[in-house]
Design a protein around this ligand. Structure first.
Ligand code: MP5
Length: 217
């Protein structure tokens, strides 16, 4: 069994918990309050921004043949930031000025620490897990959301065919990296996969509750 398939099978209970999260279900069903969706927008905007230096740090450890694809990821992230800005303007959400919540801050630190301290394969594992999580999560939303919803452009971005192809590419590359890794590194990659999945669940939970920092607000 390929590495990704093995991890997605092993982590299915967690993955299912993520895909059943009330934030996704309410967004799909059109019952998500605008103010809560705006929490997710502000926080994810910061996350996507932080993903650019994460990719750059990964690129420094990447094999030559991954340079161009990773540079393409940076370009795609810049486009994504513009999508957030366009939607925010269209619906009257203020994106700027927000600070990362506790959960977002922790996830961003995890990304950077993994890219700097982990091996390339470990960093790539986190990249794949995060992208696959978003693709699958937004597929849940796509399955029922009104096509005229003001949030539909986000669905198109992450649930669409282009993103599906990108995730399939990452999956094939991660399987190759895992096949080249020794047993200890593969085990560590599995741990990173699980941690990234837990961060994804925590992120939806943070968006659903609107939590900032424990004990502070
Ligand atoms: C992604 C994201 C997808 N935007 N936010 C979280 C919390 N996880 C994953 O990554 P990208 O870089 O927007 O494609």
């Amino acid at each position: 069994m390929s590495f990704c398939h093995e991890q997605l099978t092993r982590l299915k209970p967690l993955w299912d918990r993520m895909l059943g999260h009330r934030f996704l279900i309410a967004t799909r069903d059109g019952t998500m309050p605008d103010e809560r969706f705006a929490v997710w927008m502000r926080q994810d905007y910061l996350f996507v921004e932080a993903a650019i230096p994460f990719i750059a740090a990964l690129l420094a450890k990447a094999p030559r043949e991954h340079w161009e694809p990773l540079a393409g990821v940076v370009t795609a992230l810049e486009k994504e930031l513009k999508l957030f800005e366009e939607r925010a303007k269209a619906v009257g959400v203020t994106l700027r000025g927000a600070l990362p919540s506790f959960t977002n801050h922790a996830y961003i630190q995890f990304l950077m620490a993994t890219a700097y301290r982990g091996s390339y394969a470990e960093g790539y594992t986190v990249l794949y897990a995060a992208e696959k999580a978003y693709h699958d999560s937004w597929k849940v939303v796509q399955a029922g959301i009104d096509r005229n919803s003001k949030w539909h452009p986000f669905v198109e971005n992450w649930a669409g065919d282009a993103f599906a192809q990108y995730v399939a590419y990452l999956e094939a590359q991660l399987d190759l990296l895992a096949a080249q890794a020794g047993p200890a590194e593969r085990e560590s990659m599995a741990d990173y996969f699980e941690l990234a999945t837990k961060y994804e669940i925590a992120f939806w939970e943070m968006a659903a509750t609107g939590d900032g920092w424990p004990g502070v607000d």
